[in-house]
Design a protein around this ligand. Structure first.
Ligand SMILES: Nc1ncnc2c1ncn2[C@@H]1O[C@H](COP(=O)(O)OP(=O)(O)OP(=O)(O)O)[C@@H](O)[C@H]1O
Length: 533
């Protein structure tokens, strides 16, 4: 057995539960879920006590989402039971879960963008009257919100909210619906560090005061140690450990998650000779009306071979549009993008010829066809070319499968087989698959948007190593990330975007002053607006 013995889940309650008695509020016993011949969840049990903040850890594909989906009625487990308040429950649908007070906040938003916060909250109830008395609904909601330290504007349409406000609305929605068990799937990935502390601190306090039980799926050990009472760890669909957070070190938890496997070593940064012509240059790039959410107004942005330029910014400040413009998902209203000195129209042919590769946000939606196989998705860049680069008329299915097997092994993509539909992969494994496709072959320009979003720490090490390797091999890398630590760690230079413009630039790595960068991200400076060049 490894140095970290499997910690028996001794049904010991967390501190708040100790006050309230030992019977768990919710208990899942022996949950098993199979997809065909594949067992995604193998007799997993978990106990959530009243007032407890419980972390659920595991690598990408370990079965965390499958477990909570079984508890919430999205999946019907093949075996096992869910017990609430000591009574076995049949949770056949999410509606049943909601009725029982089990709610979930997803990684992706479930609010209706064209409706206001008020309308969203009212319409989310299980029972909505045929005729809604909006006046009294507003009064009730305002009173409810007054008791909450998290603030959201009731009359604003959701599509006008920042990511942080949307996330807070999702959480408030669950509290408004009266959830007694709240499951959160990586809630802080769209929040700034301050917002993350605010939200988790609030939920921590609320759990202790009200007896609500919170189950937090996270890849961030800092959140587990700062906020959680107990932890359950899954590996390959099985429970491999559980215990009190206070009695476990980060290393213990990491070892439970991955065993004794070594993490990828991040390569040293290779120095490149002198100033070169930029590989990517954007001039006077405009998209959308200046100052509106998500618009872009960049005078100058250059990225040279062998460097990583990191774009830091709070979500909604134009970074997503910038990536869309470079990857061809959107057209600029004005301005120009050049790659290696030539005008770049971001067509598939141009991307092929200029060796431009892109890992967009939400890769399953933006870079994959979910119903096609992993092998087919991995072949999107190359299926119509022979190895010598000549056009190919007939698909080489055998070759596609061999290439897929090679990439799946090289990038440790967890899939049942190359022919599995890519939408059946866990979120982190879709991310790995797309990066495997984009980094195979020669790359002169790599655009990576939030490349480590939702990835476990082992995968983060792998992906960061791959990006640095691409840079060391001479690629120009534009890294757009909402994770400031990631931008600082990986970038040679950093540009901060605020309201569509580049408002600040500085060196990356140890020389970066994160407080100063943070202030510019929040728009707290009238600093220069020159572009990065
Ligand atoms: N509908 C499905 N059909 C087939 N396989 C599935 C399906 N849903 C999940 N799986 C498989 O079950 C396993 C567990 O996936 P799950 O999404 O629960 O992992 P996870 O721990 O939540 O990962 P991540 O951290 O990447 O979100 C994965 O191997 C995944 O490919």
């Amino acid at each position: 057995m490894s140095a970290v013995a499997i910690v028996e889940d001794v049904a010991e309650p967390g501190p708040a539960a100790e006050r309230r008695g030992v019977r768990p509020l919710l208990e899942a016993i022996g949950l098993t879920k199979r997809f065909g011949a594949f067992t995604a969840l193998d007799a997993v049990s978990i106990e959530l006590h009243a007032g407890e903040f419980h972390a659920l850890l595991g690598e990408n594909g370990a079965g965390k989402s499958t477990l909570v989906k079984c508890m919430l009625g999205y999946y019907h487990p093949d075996d096992g039971s869910v017990i609430l308040d000591g009574r076995e429950q049949t949770i056949a649908s999410p509606r049943d879960a909601r009725r029982l007070g089990i709610g979930m906040v997803y990684q992706h938003f479930t609010l209706v963008p064209s409706m206001t916060v008020l309308e969203n909250l009212v319409m989310s109830r299980t029972e909505v009257p045929g005729v809604i008395d909006w006046k009294s609904e507003r009064r009730a909601l305002s009173q409810f919100l007054e008791t909450m330290p998290l603030k959201v504007p009731l009359d604003t349409k959701v599509d006008r909210l920042s990511s942080g406000e949307r996330q807070k609305t999702e959480i408030l929605k669950q509290l408004y619906l009266g959830s007694r068990v709240l499951v959160l799937d990586e809630p802080t990935s769209v929040l700034t560090p301050d917002e993350a502390r605010e939200v988790l601190g609030f939920l921590r306090a609320l759990a202790s005061e009200s007896g609500m039980s919170v189950l937090l799926i996270t890849h961030k050990f800092a959140e587990v140690t700062a906020f959680c009472d107990r932890v359950t760890v899954l590996r390959k669909g099985a429970k491999v450990g559980a215990g009190k957070v206070a009695e476990l070190s980060t290393a213990d938890m990491a070892e439970m998650m991955i065993g004794e496997r070594e993490l990828a070593a991040v390569p040293d940064r290779v120095a490149h000779a002198g100033e070169t012509e930029p590989v990517l240059s954007a001039r006077n790039l405009v998209s959308g009306d200046a100052g509106t959410r998500g618009s872009v107004a960049i005078e100058q942005l250059d990225v040279r071979a062998g460097e990583i330029v990191g774009i830091a910014g709070i979500s909604g400040n134009g970074q997503t549009r910038l990536v869309e413009l470079i990857s061809g998902q959107a057209r600029p209203d004005a301005g120009e993008i050049r790659v290696k000195g030539k005008t770049y129209d971001a067509s598939r042919a141009a991307a092929q010829a200029m060796k431009v590769r892109c890992l967009p946000e939400e890769p399953l939606r933006n870079a994959c066809v979910g119903k096609m196989s992993v092998a087919e998705n991995l072949a999107f860049r190359a299926f119509d070319r022979a190895p010598d680069g000549k056009p190919r008329r007939l698909l080489d299915k055998g070759g596609m499968r061999r290439d897929a097997e090679r990439l799946i092994a090289a990038y440790s993509v967890k899939t049942q087989s190359p022919s599995a539909r890519i939408e059946t992969l866990s979120g982190g494994n879709v991310q790995r698959a797309v990066l495997a496709r984009e980094l195979s072959g020669e790359t002169d320009l790599l655009v990576a948007a939030n490349p480590c979003f939702g990835l476990d720490f082992g995968a983060v090490a792998d992906i960061r190593a791959q990006i640095l390797k691409a840079r060391n091999d001479g690629a120009a890398v534009l890294l757009v990330s909402e994770d400031l630590d990631e931008v600082v760690a990986l970038s040679d230079r950093i540009a901060v975007m605020f309201e569509g413009r580049i408002v600040f630039e500085c060196e990356g790595g140890e020389k970066a002053d994160t407080r100063q960068i943070g202030a510019h991200m929040a728009g707290h400076s009238a600093a220069g607006t020159e572009g990065l060049h």
